[in-house]
Write a protein that binds this ligand. Sequence first.
Ligand code: ADP
Ligand code: MG
Length: 257
Amino acid sequence: MADARVTLKLENIGKSFAKVESDEVIHALHNINVTMESGEFISLVGPSGCGKSTILRLVAGLITPTLGKVSVNGKEIDGPAPDRGMVFQKPTLFPWLTVEKNIAFSLEMRGVKKGNEDKVRRMLKVIGLESFKDDYPAQLSGGMAQRVALVRSLISEPEILLMDEPLGALDAFTRMHMQDEILNIWAEKRQLALMVTHDIDEAIYMGTRVLVMDVNPGHIIADIKIDESFPRDRSSASFVKYRNDILNKLHFGGKKA
Ligand code: ADP
Ligand code: MG
């Protein structure tokens, strides 16, 4: 499982969508070439519509590229599989299962039969929701539900963890707290994590690498290694420099004094 090292490759990826109401074609992605490895936490930032979610969905195997190849360890992705876990912006929990059963479900799906109770208990502890284990999703706040959705994906130890704006729906304080929690969980196995966010600070705070994208058609304009140890200091000179770099790349740099 997650101890296996993986190399994820996107080679010459193009993705177009046909518009339903006309003959027009949307070129969502053009000429995407990137290689990612276990141990990396990759943040994907860019304006709305630049193809961030499309990249995640390609890697998840939910859609196929129009051009090019997406592969894991050389093997072309041909559909969803448990080696790639996805967390969506809105927590997708089963409303008829308790918190505990929601988390255990992904282990059962993966055919894991031994030690499930211990694993679930540990995950509940990590996210501080032990006393909510018998509650149903409707009884949880948005932040709690998202924490459950996260550990549900993490518990089955996918080699590749895909997160599409996982913290987008949370208030600022819960969000910062969750950034640390995700990093703590990720740090244990350092599987390959690929997270979409439109928050540049979040991208820098969490990423070992930031891919910056732009629109029309969606493409990668910068690939920046964040050479800092964790936990990061959001106000350090180097942090501010990374932020300015990325803002400049996206043409939000403002006037230079
Ligand atoms: P982002 O996540 O960066 O906001 P998306 O990957 O969702 O961007 O979308 C990229 C572009 O592709 C957008 O123009 C979007 O409208 C289009 N697109 C995405 N999915 C589809 C689809 N299933 N059908 C048609 N157009 C789509
Ligand atoms: Mg999106």
